[in-house]
Design a protein around this ligand. Structure first.
Ligand code: FES
Ligand SMILES: [Fe+2]
Length: 448
């Protein structure tokens, strides 16, 4: 029996207990079991993280020859490298000898990497250079003829500087997989002709909650109740004349601002809102240049719209207060590792860079005024979700009455091509796409 798929009795029919996708009849429901069932978690690792494209890191993390950066695909350790010729690779970060993690530190630069256990050596191209044994006569032919290189992921592709990998050789090419979401990535990636860079000082924290709750974090509906203290602080700063070095987004105006949400298919989704004080955002310092290059309305989309993009299943690209790449690594059914970086246009003016870092610390850092609120709430959810008698969750209905196929007026302005448009940043329909993709991947996996 295939040990990877022998998790018990979970079958195709059990998916009906997980997600109900029946929007024509006003039903889109997600069960508590989705966040609580360890068997389901193992199946997700196999059929979701093992089958689709997964975000691994940004090119700037391996900017120079022989740079390396560790990452993950679900629970599996991954190593990204740039070889001496400048080519990007991704391998399992596991020595073929006895399986030790090859690189323990998060990033560095090494022409050759030596396994700490028995000293096998690998090049930055993954090739085994030495098995640390002078006694070559000790090995059977079978071993001598065996490939000892690091195991390369089946697929690695880069879009807009963002590196993705897949354990599945049969995935569509990355651009096809991203679909309409690629246009939103462009709005970030095109902010500098020199490309974007992840700033030093990435943040890691562990959330005692299921990984899917992290993906829901772009929902606008929670913003006011969850972040009341942050909004109060913005109000106080404004009352004092607004003369601080953060110049936060004026979130008080968020409820009245134009906005919406888009489903790009394959689980990718985003929401957006117009922000009246776009000039206070870091890219606002380069308005003339951006406007000249991209024209109106694209510069408005890049500077004056906050955009929260979630690329299924594991990365949030958020261009809002500052600009952030947030990776989601499932550890177990109720534990998730989150990795957050501030992303910035290379060569941006010094005042813009300073503003970007201040906004990042203010809103998104572990000591920021928003992230701890969100994480506290996810952990509260994880505890509350144990109340299995509570039945189906009721959290995915808002906005179902105002969905439309294809692009709405705002998307058409700049040729954004969603599969479905939603009318408001606060609508819960935003989240449907990710659970629809969950269902699709799990169905495909369980049927095969
Ligand atoms: S486990 Fe790597 S050399 Fe032995
Ligand atoms: Fe939040």
């Amino acid at each position: 029996m295939d040990q990877l798929t022998d998790y018990g009795n979970f079958g195709l029919e059990d998916l009906d207990d997980c997600v109900v996708d029946d929007t024509p009849n006003g039903r889109f429901e997600v069960s508590r079991r989705m966040f609580e069932d360890p068997e389901l978690f193992e199946l997700e690792m196999e059929h979701i993280f093992g089958k689709t494209w997964v975000y691994l890191g940004h090119e700037s993390q391996v900017a120079n020859p022989h740079d390396y950066q560790t990452s993950r695909i679900g629970q599996q350790p991954v190593l990204i490298t740039r070889d001496g010729e400048g080519k990007i690779h991704a391998f399992l970060n596991s020595c073929p000898h006895r399986g030790s993690e090859l690189v323990g530190d998060r990033r560095g630069n090494k022409k050759s990497m030596m396994c700490p256990f028995h000293g096998w050596v690998f090049g930055s191209d993954g090739k085994c250079q030495d098995v640390n044994s002078a006694d070559t006569g000790a090995y059977p032919d079978q071993f001598v003829n065996q490939n000892h290189d690091l195991l390369a992921l089946a697929r690695v592709e880069v879009y807009g500087g963002f590196i993705f990998g897949s354990l599945n050789p049969d995935v569509d090419d990355l651009k096809t997989h991203l679909g309409g979401a690629s246009k939103i990535i462009d709005m970030l990636a095109d902010q500098s002709e020199q490309g974007m860079e992840l700033l030093k000082g990435g943040i890691r924290y562990t959330s005692r909650a299921n990984w899917k709750l992290q993906l829901e974090n772009i929902d606008g509906y929670h913003f006011f109740p969850t972040h009341l203290s942050y909004i109060g602080l913005i109000q106080r700063r404004m009352d004092q004349g607004g003369d601080d070095d953060v110049q936060a987004i004026d979130a008080r105006q968020m409820e009245e601002a134009a906005g919406g949400n888009y489903d790009f298919g394959n689980g990718h989704m985003m929401d957006w809102a117009y922000m009246p004080n776009g000039g206070d955002r870091p890219l606002g310092f380069q308005r003339d240049k951006i406007e000249q290059k991209f024209g109106e309305p694209m510069s408005r989309w890049m500077i004056d719209h906050v955009r929260n993009l979630m690329l299924y299943p594991n990365v949030l690209l958020m261009d809002q207060s500052s600009s952030t790449v947030r990776m989601v690594h499932p550890i177990s059914v109720d534990k998730t590792l989150v990795e957050v970086y501030c992303i910035a246009p290379r060569g941006e003016p010094a005042e813009a860079r300073q503003r970007r870092i201040r906004q990042f610390e203010d809103f998104l850092g572990p000591a920021g005024l928003a992230t701890p609120d969100d994480q506290e709430l996810f952990e509260k959810c994880q505890r509350g979700l144990k109340g299995q008698k509570g039945g189906w969750l009721q959290g995915y209905a808002r906005g179902m009455e105002r969905l439309s196929d294809g692009a709405d007026k705002a998307a058409s302005e700049v040729d954004i091509r969603p599969v479905v448009s939603g009318g408001d940043i606060n609508d819960e329909t935003l989240i449907h796409g990710s659970y629809r993709q969950w269902l699709q991947l799990m169905r495909d996996g369980l049927a095969s």
